[in-house]
Design a protein around this ligand. Structure first.
Ligand SMILES: [Zn+2]
Length: 725
């Protein structure tokens, strides 16, 4: 890649600065309207001098970056001596590339920062290029190491967010004080499978803020789905840590062939002086602008109202799917999503002729004739034992070479889970690119969901592009019906497989404009900023009751755009119609997927659901797409009250979702609204008429709150908020 690749024009966004000469030790500034950093090209390493938000709350860096100190060429482990290359380095106001070289080793390192948008965080990556003619093995280069000088007594807090995974974690949204000695460590990977008693995987991002709101804060996130780790420590007057590929179990080593470049996972960094929801809303806008597919955002139906077949699990058939489509049309759904159960066998992604005698294209066409898009589940990186033509069969020697591990004798796949192929193997990537393309093309697919353990994060093959295992440090086990191999090479396996997975997703998008991609991964296990750039929405949790859905949404909506946050709504006891609305609305704060055969509903439930879906499309969806989101209630516990507010200042409109759990008392709650204007009047319309409509001042609504009364347990209300001229 050219060293100028990052220096792309932001014409019209910033007054265009000219390429500037980079002088050793002289500060270089890079920034946008929100954030500015100063960098310094030291003789042997670069340094981040400071990070500033909007002219205040500076974070001062106290150490130079740590660049890798050795490399292996052949049998020799050689120390590296990086020297600043002034002629190769570049900077302008919105980007900088500081170049270091070790001529003897034939390695060149680019330390790069850029502002991808006028607002929001700055991005940082380190690239290491093999200029020579020999294979070189390099150790782990962190994406970002930081050490800020802080007042030793300054009260600080840290915020981080867990992934939803199989079921929502007990805490989910962590806000803790950072005392002296604070020593925090967290990880994320392509498939979170938490073990009892261990910390959950996080959405790879953290925020540090002053306990006193005036102090301001800063945050860092990782745009990568593979195995990454983050640390944060407080030692006296220093706040320090690292962000990047996970060094454990280690020692990490990755191969650079002649001419190849290793790139650290891109991180984004920014400072902020708002509260937690202000930061979240800024991040939502930034993710939409910088990471999301602009074609998806232009689709006015995004996020689509979806009905999914998993309520019937593997028993789904063509006849039932058609009945679901018929009813979905009457109810106002926009997509029929065929989940697992349609294929011949794991790895054999062709329709089961007994259950789908007319094939999938006919079913998709049927959905299209009923005005619905057609979504399809596939676990396309899983191999099984089917002898069918075109199947990924572990007995096929070619396929066997791609597996992350050999199957044990007599191995059989589970109902929809097999053995993962390592997409980091070029031939496996090529197969998956062709197979996903075939599925989308042949079955007339508008949305492709990938499920299960798609992206390898451990592999015991020695002839793949990644490093080999260390047999003494290898742990093999089975979990969730998948076979796992954890070893010293796991992070390198995950690095190659994740890059290949992104290329497969991107190729699908290129070949099928308008195609939507759902990231499921057994639900909630791959929710991160890397997949946000290579897919359109996430399943955020793999349990589907109202509380799980609201908890997972509460957590993830702190950092990721709500339109991307999909919750599946399953059948749940609804003796009263209030409980039924509560069940639906608990999944209607982001992307709404219903996992129920609606033919089971009563006429009254049909009428209520049709009305709720119409309101979602007309009123809720435009807010979910673009409005600011405020966590105006506590994290849901299923017993008391919780609530979420959207408010779009541009349209002067918003909504409050209010939920009352299983505890009979109290029957009322005050939500302190956000984002309104004092001295401005707002009309409040209670959709279920739990209170009469009223007009109140914005200042009062924010200070004293809006009272909602719901005597029925497990019930809800939607309050439309409209500014009056
Ligand atoms: Zn492998």
């Amino acid at each position: 890649m050219s060293r100028l690749a990052w220096i792309f024009p932001l014409l019209g966004l910033l007054s265009l600065p000219l390429l500037a000469e980079v002088v050793q030790h002289a500060p270089i500034q890079v920034g946008n309207a929100d954030n500015r950093i100063a960098l310094q090209a030291g003789a042997s390493a670069p340094r981040l001098l400071w990070l500033v938000h909007d002219g205040d709350s500076a974070w001062q860096g106290v150490v130079a970056d740590t660049l890798i100190g050795h490399a292996r060429i052949g049998d020799a482990d050689i120390p590296l001596h990086w020297r600043f290359d002034r002629d190769a380095s570049r900077s302008r106001g919105d980007s900088a590339s500081l170049v270091y070289e070790d001529r003897a080793a034939g390695l060149r390192l680019y330390w790069e920062w850029r502002a991808p948008a006028r607002h929001g965080p700055l991005e940082h990556v380190i690239r290491i290029e093999n200029l020579g003619g020999k294979e070189i093995w390099i150790p782990l280069q962190d994406s970002f190491r930081y050490a800020w000088k802080i007042p030793a007594t300054q009260p600080l807090q840290q915020l981080w967010i867990d992934k939803g995974a199989g079921e929502p974690p007990p805490v989910g949204t962590h806000l803790v004080s950072i005392a002296d000695g604070h020593d925090w460590h967290a990880t994320s990977s392509t498939f979170a499978h938490p073990r009892p008693g261990e910390a959950r995987e996080i959405i790879p991002w953290l925020l540090v803020r002053g306990a006193d709101p005036k102090t301001g804060g800063w945050y860092v996130g990782v745009e990568f789905s593979g195995r990454v780790a983050m640390t944060l420590k407080r030692r006296g007057a220093t706040l320090e840590g690292s962000v990047g590929l996970n060094p454990e179990p280690g020692p990490f080593s990755t191969r650079l062939l002649p001419g190849e470049t290793f790139a650290t996972p891109t991180v984004f960094v920014g400072a902020d002086d708002g509260d937690i929801d202000d930061t979240g809303n800024m991040l939502h806008r930034w993710v939409r602008q910088v990471l999301n597919d602009p074609g998806t955002l232009r689709n006015p139906d995004y996020p689509l109202v979806t009905v999914n077949s998993w309520g019937s699990a593997m028993a789904i058939s063509e006849a039932q799917a058609r009945r679901m489509i018929d009813d979905a049309q009457r109810l106002g759904f926009e997509m029929f999503h065929l989940d697992a159960g349609w294929f011949r066998a794991v790895g054999d992604w062709h329709p089961d002729p007994k259950k789908f005698p007319h094939g999938l294209a006919a079913l998709s066409d049927y959905a299209h004739r009923h005005g619905l898009k057609f979504g399809l589940w596939a676990d396309w990186a899983q191999a099984g034992t089917s002898p069918g033509k075109g199947a990924l069969n572990v007995a096929d020697p070619k396929v066997r070479d791609w597996l992350t591990t050999d199957p044990p004798p007599g191995w059989k796949p589970a109902g929809f889970k097999g053995i993962t192929i390592d997409l980091g193997v070029p031939a496996a990537q090529a197969w998956a690119t062709g197979e996903t393309n075939r599925i989308v093309h042949d079955y007339h697919v508008d949305m492709l969901e990938h499920d299960g353990y798609v992206v390898a994060q451990g592999c015991d093959r020695s002839d793949h592009p990644h490093a080999a295992i260390d047999p003494a440090r290898t742990h093999r086990y089975s979990d969730d019906d998948f076979l796992w191999v954890d070893s010293s090479n796991s992070t390198d396996v995950s690095l190659h497989a994740t890059r290949a997975y992104y290329a497969i997703q991107d190729a699908l998008k290129r070949h099928h404009p308008g195609l939507l991609l759902e990231i499921c991964n057994d639900g909630g296990r791959m929710v991160d900023f890397g997949s946000a750039a290579h897919g359109d929405y996430f399943s955020i949790v793999d349990s589907y009751d109202p509380l799980s859905n609201r908890q997972a949404f509460y957590d993830a909506s702190h950092v990721l755009p709500p339109a991307m946050l999909e919750t599946y709504v399953k059948a749940w006891p609804t003796p009263r119609i209030e409980n039924f609305r509560y069940m639906l609305r608990s999944g209607m704060m982001g992307w709404f997927t219903l996992m129920i055969d609606t033919n089971s509903w009563t006429p009254r439930q049909h009428a209520v659901a049709a009305r709720e879906i119409a309101f979602y499309k007309s009123t809720l969806r435009p807010l979910i797409r673009a409005a600011d989101l405020y966590h105006v209630g506590p994290r849901p516990d299923g017993k008391g009250w919780d609530g979420t507010e959207y408010f779009d200042a541009g349209r002067d409109q918003g909504v409050l979702y209010a939920f009352h759990g299983s505890a009979a008392t109290p029957g009322a709650f005050r939500f302190k609204l956000r984002g309104l204007r004092s001295g401005h009047r707002y009309r409040l319309h209670f959709r279920d008429h739990s209170s009469p409509d009223s007009v109140l001042d914005g200042g009062d609504l924010m200070r004293s709150g809006l009272s909602v009364s719901l005597p029925t347990t497990n019930s809800s209300e939607l309050v439309a908020i409209e500014g009056l001229p």
